[in-house]
Ligand binder design. Structure first.
Ligand SMILES: [Zn+2]
Ligand SMILES: [Zn+2]
Length: 277
């Protein structure tokens, strides 16, 4: 597996000279496994993931998993170029249902006029694109004999919750936990989900001090760098990438935090960063 970070920023995209080192795109990571691309989240980073896929003849199948429907996790979807290819790539998109509408219908409402000048239906015409709604709180999706994705619902993100995700392939595991407020009541289930990950990607929107000094922030549904370190340790995960940075965190601030929190097994995610497993 090759993991590629295409978007590591939370809440909304940022740009400009203060956001060059870590990047300004909202969440999207790509895991390349033989001829298959597995993408977690469709933030603006997915636009570059799509460009990468279009330049990579080898990739024949794309599986996109959406953790929840906040803008920063779906905003790039309408600009994902492989949707517009009339080629043989098969695209499957999985995601939650938080209202009466199916996942597809929720996305269809987002892909619509007057917000954008085309519809999801027009993109789907003649393409091999299919939508799949998570049907339960714990899903295991077999993509291929040796590739499995797990999605597990967690309530600790306002208002509708979030799915945490992991991929297993050839005895290697990558876990993706974002947009979640780690509290005592969910700690054990999250640790269990992340158990023995080779790579843990974790929501690091706050420092613990910021989280404590602004108690209402807990309602915002995010974690701290300290939460990430705790979960890495308790879950016996090998490597941790901090991810989903606060959009107010300039390069200078993330660099300062890197000196405090990072080390051999703990790194800051950044756009363009790759990890091989
Ligand atoms: Zn987010
Ligand atoms: Zn969110």
């Amino acid at each position: 597996m090759i993991l590629k970070f295409f978007g590591v920023r939370g809440s909304y995209p940022v740009s400009g000279k203060n956001f060059v080192k870590y990047g300004g795109h909202t969440p999207s990571i790509l895991i390349e496994n033989d001829k298959i691309a597995i993408i977690f989240d469709g933030g603006t980073g997915i636009i570059d993931a799509g460009n990468y896929i279009n330049q990579n003849e080898k990739i024949k199948e794309i599986h996109i998993f959406v953790s929840h429907l906040h803008y920063d996790h779906i905003q790039g979807l309408p600009f994902f170029k492989p949707f517009f290819n009339k080629d043989s790539k098969k695209i499957k998109i999985f995601g939650p249902k938080f209202t009466e509408d199916s996942f597809e219908l929720q996305i269809e409402k987002f892909f619509a006029s007057p917000f954008i000048p085309f519809s999801l239906k027009s993109i789907k015409k003649g393409n091999k694109i299919s939508f799949h709604t998570f049907s339960s709180k714990k899903e295991t999706i077999k993509i291929k004999e040796n590739i499995t994705v797990r999605a597990e619902f967690n309530k600790n993100h306002p208002k509708h919750g979030v799915y945490i995700l992991s991929i297993n392939s050839n005895k290697k595991k990558i876990t993706y936990i974002t947009d979640i407020n780690i509290t005592e009541s969910i700690l054990n289930s999250v640790v269990e989900f992340a158990k023995n990950s080779d790579i843990l990607i974790f929501d690091s929107f706050f420092t613990e001090k910021e989280k404590r000094e602004e108690p209402e922030i807990g309602d915002f549904g995010h974690s701290s760098f300290e939460d990430g370190i705790k979960i890495k340790k308790l879950s016996n995960s090998k490597k941790l990438f901090f991810f989903h940075f606060n959009p107010n965190c300039t390069d200078d601030k993330v660099t300062k935090l890197e000196k405090i929190y990072c080390g051999k097994e703990i790194k800051m995610a950044k756009e363009g960063l790759e990890a091989k497993l």
